[in-house]
Ligand binder design. Structure first.
Ligand code: CO
Length: 203
């Protein structure tokens, strides 16, 4: 079963070695990525590929709706390891327009466990209810909610103890909010980058 995937894998590994004979030897010894990607699980948003990075260059955490919930042990473990051990320089919170997680958070349909997971997005919805309902077009309204969700998750990351402690130690670290477009493959920087404890305290 899945012979096509195994054949793809063998071809990929061969091509890597052809273009760079030491590629796997180097990666086996050490991973030293400069970036942590916190993105959505959506299959159409392949982290490394979108930003043209090779294995070893991007530490990745993905979940439904690109959330950074301050009580989630999975996300927190990734964040701590990335900041304290790998010492990444940039944390990229990357949402995407047309996100099914964002849509499902506010469409009123009961789905079970995932409704609880998506609760932080409903909070963002309620927080910005006035400005969001003023947007007549539903797609545009949900796309705006995708952006606001990213901004909210950036705030979560920025206020986290691991990140605050890194800045207190003088460790260089920037947190960015991006949104990816499925329609044209392009990333929009939301301009909410935080690069130091002084800036984080302004919020
Ligand atoms: Co999504």
């Amino acid at each position: 079963m899945l012979e096509n995937l195994k054949a793809n894998n063998r071809g990929w590994a061969e091509r890597k070695v052809e273009s760079d004979p030491d590629f796997f030897l180097r990666l086996e010894r050490q991973q030293a990525p400069e970036y942590l990607w916190i993105g959505c699980s959506d299959s159409r948003v392949p982290a490394n590929e979108i930003v043209g990075l090779d294995p070893g260059e991007l530490f990745v955490h993905r979940n439904v709706g690109n959330l950074a919930p301050p009580q989630d042990a999975n996300y927190l473990s990734v964040l701590q390891f990335a900041v304290e051990v790998l010492k990444v320089k940039h944390i990229l919170v990357v949402g995407h327009y047309g996100c099914g997680g964002v849509r499902s958070a506010v469409d009123g349909v009961r789905r079970g466990l995932v409704d609880h997971w998506l609760h932080p997005i409903r909070e963002v919805w309620h927080e910005h209810h006035g400005s969001l309902t003023a947007i007549a077009d539903e797609t545009a309204r949900l796309d705006r909610l995708c952006e606001l969700n990213v901004e909210r998750q950036v705030r979560n990351v920025v206020s986290d103890i691991f990140v605050q402690d890194a800045w207190a130690r003088g460790q260089p670290l920037w947190v960015h909010g991006w949104v990816y477009s499925l329609a044209n493959g392009l990333i929009t920087d939301l301009g909410v980058t935080v690069g130091g404890i002084a800036e984080a305290m302004l919020d």
